[in-house]
Design a protein around this ligand. Sequence first.
Ligand SMILES: Cc1cc2nc3c(=O)[nH]c(=O)nc-3n(C[C@H](O)[C@H](O)[C@H](O)COP(=O)(O)OP(=O)(O)OC[C@H]3O[C@@H](n4cnc5c(N)ncnc54)[C@H](O)[C@@H]3O)c2cc1C
Length: 417
Amino acid sequence: MTHATTRPTSPRIAIIGAGLGGLTLARVLHTRGIPATVYDLEISPTARNQGGTLDLHPESGQAALAEAGLSEGFRRLARPEGEEMKILDKTGAVLLHEAAEDAAGERPEVDRAALRALLLDSLPDGTVRWGAKVADVTPLAAGAGFALTFADGGGVSAALLVGADGAWSKVRPLVSDATPLYSGISFVEAHLPDVDHLHPAAAALVGRGSMFALAEGKGLISQRNGDGRIRTYIALRVPQEWAASGAVDFDNPAAARATLASYFDGWDPSLRALITDAEDTLVPRPIYALPVGHRWGRVSGVTLLGDAAHLMSPFAGEGANLAMLDGAHLAVALAAHTGDTEAALAAYEAALFPRSEAAAAESAENLIAAFAPGAPRGMLDAMAAHGPGADEDQSTPRSLVRPEGPALAAARRGPVA
Ligand SMILES: Cc1cc2nc3c(=O)[nH]c(=O)nc-3n(C[C@H](O)[C@H](O)[C@H](O)COP(=O)(O)OP(=O)(O)OC[C@H]3O[C@@H](n4cnc5c(N)ncnc54)[C@H](O)[C@@H]3O)c2cc1C
């Protein structure tokens, strides 16, 4: 591990944030022979639970990995069986069941931690400085770049600064006044470990991929992870301050489970068991989004990517995919405009803004559909509206789960089980 204060050399390109977006940028730059340094507040690559599984889309996440020369590594990590998907109502009735074999096969799942490790391992030693929390960013004299101050008091300067630092970006205020707005929905993350052995009923309920049980403005969204666990997002329409309000005693897991399960009174016991049988680690995750269509005027020497640029709810399944695509596009633009960074940034942002606006709008629509009265019917319709044959520009990012297969077509006609 290299610490920011032990190697204070200032880079030409400083990337703030070693998430999937920042790392993809660093990797694609590296393949073009352009050095960059990534700064992250985490003290090591394994300091934080990296979250669950992602389906990588061919036109975004997978395209970025191809640009990074990592397609083969991705194929080794990918879990095609994770494409299985179910949509249930509160009684446990299955309204849609798309087996992995029926899915298009284009969007295999990958565990986020494994994907991040693939990117990290592809970078030269010392590219990422861990334990480097950016506390302040100050523009230098016109066109001379930016001074970064770290929380430990160290600092560097950089000619080009890229904010890949997520939802609460420290870099964003250099280009925009926008701040994330609460979506009205909060998740609580709950885990069942080793489900094949310890929770076979839940294993059968969820299957090998994802399950969405939605009704009455709330939901249970579960996904099978590569380590055999089921990760469930308990989704509730609650006020912004709910998680910190004491409505759920997160310091007392048994009490928290009971309270959370009470929100699902009247739901099928097999669904409530995803809460009542969960491990003690229950993590609240309020969902925020930047305004749809967030953009900024060109500011010399700085840009944003990923959530810093276009934070959206997870209901389009696009955030990580787009962060990686942004990183790859920015690297390719910089390589194509050697000696004219501003031209590279302008070209990158000209493509970034419409692309992310389309995905953010879709995500916002999908969130409304998922928690509307009559759910999950609206979600089925929203998915079908984005499937093959729908009237849309196929070059824009598509809906959350996958194109319409035979099971979805059947589901639109009525319940199948
Ligand atoms: C519950 C949930 C489920 C999701 N599911 C999906 C999905 O299925 N598919 C999908 O495509 N997307 C999904 N997303 C969205 C996805 O997680 C994000 O869009 C994606 O992680 C954004 O990547 P990023 O690199 O832009 O930012 P991040 O992954 O947030 O990385 C930012 C990095 O910056 C670092 N950082 C932050 N501040 C500082 C600082 N001041 N100094 C230094 N470092 C800093 C952080 O430590 C972090 O490592 C989901 C999101 C949530 C909340």
